[in-house]
Ligand binder design. Structure first.
Ligand SMILES: Cc1ncc(COP(=O)(O)O)c(C=O)c1O
Length: 431
């Protein structure tokens, strides 16, 4: 970037300030903001909020909020100013790129482009695909990964993980020219983990590339792009405890360096005269205009906080709670969990279910209005997949309007939240 000199002129300790602020003490799991939120329920009582809607947007981690607060006093322009505050802000922004790169174990030469969210990242890549690229995608994807492609081959949700690999193999074998396989790492509907290493292997065997939608994986599990041999990864800050409006696309530079600039304007150009000379480096090329520096700092602080906490601690606590939640759901007659690959398949802290005799909206409204529990209902921006699951789930129906309830957990979720949900559902079905 053109700011190398500026970047170098900022003292190292100033650049490191936000990371130090974001580090949790010891290996304690950091707190989230809003843990003491109280909400009104029927009758006007106030109860503590049980937030079971992390898969939509997770609450802000305290170290993330602290990193943003620490950056604000020196907040200034990025990549533009010669003033010290500008240098510092630019340095913090570029440092955030390095942190995010390390967080996903990206290759040293991978591009790291800050976007608004996962949807923005998949759309950016869609604009950069070489002419004539065919995208292979499963119908079980979130719309952000299902819809941006001009030319796609859509595969039915596979009946078991090996079938996903077989179907991708067959589809990719039949395609000439550039090809891209797009797949989620963890389903936003069932939480189930997809066999991304095997799918990357198959993609590469056919000369294809793979984009992994990691929006629901990175808040719950470590991802190593290099070890998994992934070409592109996309995710959102607001699902990663960093609700400041930034997401990211990480991956191979060549397509991104050649693709049409995503936004056209200041920062993306080398020079403008009779003709416009665009940057070849993907980061400035696709990040025209003033970037969301606080979003990037927040995203990086979340990465730092999760890494400092340690995945073992995070995964252990999540698995304990999700097992309790699923066992509770299974114990209530008339409640049916949705699953593509069966109850034993590994998953992150996301569970969707239906309740006999109630629409998903009725359940979600009762949980909120009577028990102070926040869940999501609907088709979770994965219409084909939810329809598929409801068509096969016990108690499901396929009338085109059917939807489900989703409970999702993360850092800050407690056993009391889980138990309250189970007790509330027991109450509801017993009426
Ligand atoms: C798996 C998955 N991919 C993509 C998205 C889109 O994320 P965003 O709304 O941040 O663009 C979501 C959001 O729910 C998701 O769960």
């Amino acid at each position: 970037m053109s700011t190398l000199t500026i970047f170098n002129s900022v003292p190292a300790q100033a650049v490191e300030a936000p990371a130090a602020t974001s580090a949790p003490s010891g290996r304690l799991i950091p707190a989230v903001l809003g843990a003491d939120l109280e909400v009104p329920v029927k009758g006007g009582r106030l109860v503590s909020y049980a937030n079971l809607d992390y898969a939509a947007s997770a609450p802000c981690l305290e170290p993330v909020s602290a990193a943003v607060a620490a950056a604000l006093p020196a907040y200034s322009s990025v990549h533009r100013g010669a003033g010290y505050a500008s240098q510092l802000t630019t340095a913090r922004y570029e440092q955030s790129r390095h942190t995010v790169r390390a967080f996903v174990g990206a290759r040293p030469d991978d591009a790291v482009i800050f976007t608004r969210n996962t949807t923005d990242a998949t759309n950016l890549l869609a604009r950069c695909l070489p002419e004539g690229t065919t995208v292979v995608v499963f119908d079980s994807e979130h719309h952000a990964s299902l819809l941006p492609w001009e030319r796609s081959v859509r595969l039915a949700p596979p009946a078991f993980p090996g079938e996903a690999v077989r179907a991708a193999d067959e589809a990719l074998a039949g395609i000439e020219g550039p090809k891209l396989l797009v797949v989620t790492a963890a389903s936003n509907v069932t939480g189930e983990l997809w066999p991304i290493a095997a799918l990357a292997h198959i993609a590469h065997r056919h000369g294809a590339r793979i984009l992994v939608d990691a929006a629901q994986l990175v808040p719950h599990r470590r991802l190593n792009l290099t070890a998994l041999d992934l070409d592109y990864v996309a995710f959102s800050g607001h699902k990663l405890y960093a609700p400041f409006g930034a997401g990211v696309l990480i991956g191979r530079r060549d397509w991104l360096a050649e693709g049409e600039p995503y936004l056209k304007g200041g920062g993306a150009v080398r020079s403008v005269g009779e003709t416009t000379e665009w940057h070849d480096d993907p980061e400035p090329r696709h990040e025209a205009g003033t970037p969301n520096v606080l979003g990037a700092i927040a995203l990086a602080a979340a990465c730092d906080a999760l890494t400092a906490t340690g995945w073992t601690e995070l995964v252990c606590e999540e698995e304990r709670l999700i097992a309790r939640l699923r066992a509770g759901l299974a114990s209530i007659e008339g409640v049916h969990e949705l699953s593509l690959w069966g109850e034993d398949h590994p998953r992150v802290g996301i569970v969707s279910f239906v309740v006999d005799g109630y629409s998903a909206r009725e359940v979600a409204e009762a949980l909120s209005g009577e028990y102070g529990i926040g869940v999501r209902d609907g088709k979770f921006c994965a219409h084909p997949f939810v329809r598929h699951l409801l068509g096969t789930a016990d108690g499901g129906c396929e009338d085109g309007t059917a939807s489900a309830v989703r409970a999702s957990i993360g850092i800050g979720s407690t056993q009391e939240h889980v138990d309250r949900l189970i007790e509330a559902l027991r109450d509801l079905v017993g009426r």
